[in-house]
Design a protein around this ligand. Sequence first.
Ligand SMILES: NC(=O)c1ccc[n+]([C@@H]2O[C@H](COP(=O)([O-])OP(=O)(O)OC[C@H]3O[C@@H](n4cnc5c(N)ncnc54)[C@H](OP(=O)(O)O)[C@@H]3O)[C@@H](O)[C@H]2O)c1
Length: 344
Amino acid sequence: MTRGWQITLSDDASRAELIDLDSTTLAPPDLGSDVEVAVSWSGLNYKDALAFAGNRGVVRTSPLVPGIDVVGTVTASENERWSVGDRVLLNGAGAGETRNGGLAEHALLDGSTLVATPSVFTDAQAAGIGTAGFTAMLAVLALERHGVTTGDVLVTGASGGLGSFAITLLTRAGFTVTAATGRPENEARLRALGATTIIDRSELDRPSRALESQRWAGVIDSVGGAALATTLAQVQPFGAAVACGNAASPELATTVMPFILRGVALLGVNSSFTPLPLREQAWERLARDLDPAVVDSVAEPIELELAADRAAELLAGRVVGRLSVRVGAGAASTHPESTSPEAS
Ligand SMILES: NC(=O)c1ccc[n+]([C@@H]2O[C@H](COP(=O)([O-])OP(=O)(O)OC[C@H]3O[C@@H](n4cnc5c(N)ncnc54)[C@H](OP(=O)(O)O)[C@@H]3O)[C@@H](O)[C@H]2O)c1
């Protein structure tokens, strides 16, 4: 038996319960599940919180084990990329949406979507980084690919998981970072991550003109809506904004002026279906650039039993940084308090 969370949808309701799952529930047979993983850690992302709330845009099959992040050790493999004992991780690729995810002690996964856990990180740290850190890394890579390699970059939704990692990764990459937040009490924390300027989100969350003062070489946006429209009007010529999230709104009402008069680019990130070579590039760069101690300061480890309660807090905007979830038996030795990462 495998202990794990299960979300069940019915006609007009949803139920989340922590139960003993049997192996047939764990692995619908038609999903290319060729690697079995003993899950040590997972995480709670905004999407996972939506799953706990029964959001049908996220819970695409029922019953479903939530958890878009999976970290653990291979226990059986029919995939030539992986052997028993390999440390692996997964961000997205349908986990916790169209197939069972990380919030259960075992996962049956498609080996072609897995990445080797970098040896510099414990399993707890890999989950602490999770989709939030992975997406922040993809956003920095997107800016760099577009030629934005220096200057002031704005991070919106700065106190969140994605925003927190974006600040530290941008700083490490040599940018100066302005953090936009609705929670000014987090200023010291945002400065410790590397932000040099803090602005209130209300400065951006307003109707904007087609073009405004040129302020940002780049933008990493978690919130969408009016804030993204305002920042687009403020991006410097040939700069870029990366749209990562919709914590405020999925809407975007803008004009073509930033694009046709300033050559601004609007870039997208979809962490869930990022092709494997880019996944591996992002995790290699995270291993190089992200100080494990910073991960420990951003990620709060919680127990599996608390996932539903903390998901509700996350949806209410009351979580700072990121939540990693201790799932399985292997989790103890890979707790963030452990000082020496285990070998890969
Ligand atoms: N594209 C992808 O592949 C991808 C991957 C991961 C996440 N996402 C999306 O990115 C967003 C952030 O994810 P996350 O895991 O970092 O979530 P999170 O930890 O909940 O952070 C979201 C942050 O946005 C800000 N915020 C919340 N509600 C807001 C509102 N109504 N108006 C303006 N700002 C608001 C808050 O920051 P402050 O308190 O500092 O303002 C909050 O901490 C979510 O929409 C998520 O779905 C997308």
